[in-house]
Structure formats: C-alpha cells, structure tokens
Design a protein around this ligand. Structure first.
Ligand code: PMP
Length: 404
C-alpha cells in the first residue's frame, strides 16, 4: 500500500494553485512531475561538481564522470540490460528512435519491409517514413480495433521474410492500451526481423526487462518517469549497435581523427557525440532510484484503482464517450463529450485548476480511425488521488452544462 499523503509531500509543485484553485495534475502522460529527491540531485550537480566528463584530469571532471557512469549502471540494472554499454544516453525517445532509424539506413535494401502499428506516436512513425524514403523500404501498418487494441491476426499475416524491422509502443499514449509486445517480438524474431519498443508511456507504470522480452531496442524518456526533460535512453543489443552507423559525428564518439580517415569509438560512445546532458543523465538515475524505492508493483496496483474509479465516474456522465476500452490498459482516460470540442472542455478544466491534455496527442492516425479531431486525455500517476478524480468529474459535468 502506498502512503499517498507522504508521497505527495515529495512533489513541491503539487502544493501550488492554478487559477486560484489547488492544482490537479492529470497530464502525466505528457510529462510527469519531479520529486524533491531528484530536484536535490540537480541542484547538487550545479552547486558542487558541474564539469565536462570523460576528458578532464581534474577532480570535478572525474566526479561528474563517475556519477554519470553510475547513472548508466542504474539504468542498465533497471531495464536488466546485459551490458552497460548497451545503454546509450539520448535526449529522449524521439532522439533514440531517430538514432536507430538512421543506423538502419545502410542495413536495408529496396523493397525490404518495415512494420509499424496504428497506435503509434508520431515520433515512432515519421523517422521510419524518412528511412523508407532514403532506402526504398516499404512501411506496413498493423491495424487497430474499435477497442484500441492491435489486430494481432493481421500482424501475423503482415510478417514475412521481407520484414526487417517492427516498431510498436509498449503502451499507447493516446489510449493507454498495453500492447502484447512479447508476442510481437517473438513472432518478428521467427522471420528474422528486429523489434524496437517505444517505452515512453510504459516506463512510468511498468519495469521492463529487456532480456526477458528479448527486445532488440527499447527506448524511453526520463521526463515521463519523474526525471528531467532533455534526457532519455536507447537500449540496443550490442550486436545491433555494432552493426549500425553512428548518428552524429563530433567529439567523444571518435577513436582517431585525421583528415584522411576517422575511426569511431566503441560502445556506448560511438552514439554519444558532443557534451551530453550530464546533469540530466545523473538525475535520470536518481528518478529511477526514487520510483524503485516506491516500487512498481505498488504503483501499478494503485494506478489501476485510480483508473477503475475514474472510468466508472466518467462513463456515468451522459454523452461522454471513452476511447480505448481495452481491459489491458494503464491509467489513461481519453474521452469526448458529445457535440463539444475537446479543446473547449480542456480550457474550462484549466480555469478550475485541472490540467489535462486535449488534441490529437501526436497520434493523428488514431484520431482519423475514430473520425474525431482529438480527445480530452486525463492521465493519472501514483501521486494522484481519488478526490482529485472527483474534482475532474465535477469539472467535466460543469463544462458539459456550460458548453451544451
Ligand atoms: N512515444 C510515446 C508513446 C510518447 O508518449 C512520447 C511522448 N509523448 C514520445 C514517443 C516522444 O517522447 P519525447 O517527446 O520525450 O521524445
């Protein structure tokens, strides 16, 4: 059992008011809030050992390097990667996916096939379309069902020995559906295809084990997991990372540079050109420590309670429709009020201090499937409460009255 009152004390932002009302923060799927324990790590870095890493002989540089590499180990253990150098620091999920898409440019041939799902965020669609344009590979799409699940029969039929890569999210940001990624990975491996899992929405709720999943690539952003923005990671199996060309050239990623020829550094540095987000990397490690101290099983149990409670309350409102009704979902409720634009609902909720997301959630194909411009999305985290959900429900009822 989580001690929610104690947990809420860790998050200074939850004490603030918005538009004269106590903040109810339900935009966790966009970015999570930051506990004092992580803020302290950021302040400590800039107050006490801010220095560039991997290069200096001086004490501060060594301290910063040690902490940054310790954070890599924390991330390695969290995701159960076999080797620390299979963890590449990136600026986030988007950067990680672009890095892999670029790395595959020299590994694909015309008419090779790539498989994406209908449930993806734009950042797991557009980089692959750019790769197809470059290479002549063909993008195929796993369709979705009305419940917001993937059509797994259709997926099995799309796979063939032409399939080289499959990329799907672990959890949909727009609907909250948890996708059957183990089955997706196993089926892809049978035809020799590699699989990239976009874990941006999963990592706040689930502790993924990349070896048990046998994922070839797993990517995420720290800001969804109580860490800062501008930092994330790419897990890649060593064998794939070694085959891929580097994404960016520059300092840190080289072995030897002459004007005739440059040779690259080994992993992970080959993919970490330039001065990285050092403080962000260290804070990413601290955020995982914070979440692990609370415990992912307890987090998942409590968030399910919130999801069930919120779903029951909201679906009781006449004219309210929830999109994404899979039994396998996390604490995301995407909905619309009949005849009312989601933006108008979100604007009125904001006036009541309630932060939700409105729009297409960077998943326009999902909105096109449902033939809607967007949804109102309330996404709950482990520091939210049932009384905050009550405030949301009251707010939605008021918005309905004012806008009908
Ligand atoms: N994929 C999913 C499923 C997401 O939810 C997000 C963030 N909304 C991203 C990718 C992109 O993450 P970032 O903007 O941190 O790169």
């Amino acid at each position: 059992m989580l001690d929610i009152n104690k947990i809420r004390q860790d998050f200074p932002i939850l004490k603030r008011q918005v538009n004269g009302k106590p903040l109810v923060y339900f935009d966790n799927a966009a970015t999570s809030q930051t506990p004092q324990q992580v803020i302290d790590v950021i302040v400590d870095y800039y107050s006490n050992y801010n220095a560039n890493i991997h290069r200096g002989v001086h004490a501060l540089s060594q301290e910063a390097t040690d902490k940054y590499e310790e954070a890599r180990l924390t991330i390695q253990h969290h995701f159960n990667a076999e080797k620390a150098h299979e963890i590449i620091f990136t600026s986030g999920t988007t950067h990680s996916i672009n890095l892999v898409a670029n790395g595959f440019a020299t590994l694909l041939q015309k008419d090779d096939e790539l498989i994406v799902s209908a449930l993806e965020h734009h950042s797991n669609i557009v980089p692959w379309q750019m790769l197809c344009e470059k290479t002549g590979a063909i993008l195929k799409v796993i369709p979705m069902t009305l419940e917001g699940e993937l059509d797994m029969d259709a997926y099995s039929k799309l796979l063939s020995n032409k399939t080289k890569l499959v990329f799907v999210n672990h959890i949909s940001n727009a609907l909250g559906t948890i996708n059957p990624i183990k089955s997706i990975i196993d089926q892809a491996h049978k035809v020799g295809a590699a699989v990239l899992i976009d874990g941006a929405q999963a990592c706040p709720h689930i502790k993924p084990d990349v070896q048990a999943l046998d994922a070839d690539f797993y990517v995420t952003s720290a800001h969804k997991i109580c860490g800062p923005t501008g930092i994330g990671m790419l897990y890649g199996k060593e064998a794939w990372l070694n085959k891929m060309q580097p994404y960016q050239g520059g300092g840190e990623m080289i072995d030897q540079v002459t004007f005739e020829k440059t040779t690259y550094a080994g992993l992970p540095h080959k993919f970490e050109a330039g001065t990285p987000n050092i403080c962000g990397g260290i804070a990413f490690g601290a955020a995982l420590d914070y979440m692990n101290a609370i415990g992912f099983d307890a987090i998942a149990d409590y968030e399910h309670e919130l999801l069930d409670y919120g779903t029951k309350q909201l679906e009781a409102i006449d004219g309210l429709k929830i999109y994404g009704t899979s039994k396998n979902k996390t604490s995301v409720i995407s909905f619309n009020l009949e005849g009312i634009h989601p933006y108008d609902v979100g604007t009125l909720l904001d006036k009541m201090g309630i932060a939700v997301r409105t729009g297409h959630h960077c998943a326009q194909p999902i909105m096109a499937f449902y033939k809607i411009p967007g949804t109102v999305r309330a996404s709950f985290a482990f520091y939210n409460t049932k009384s905050e959900i009550d405030a949301l429900v009251e707010g939605v009822k008021k918005a309905k009255m004012m806008l009908s």
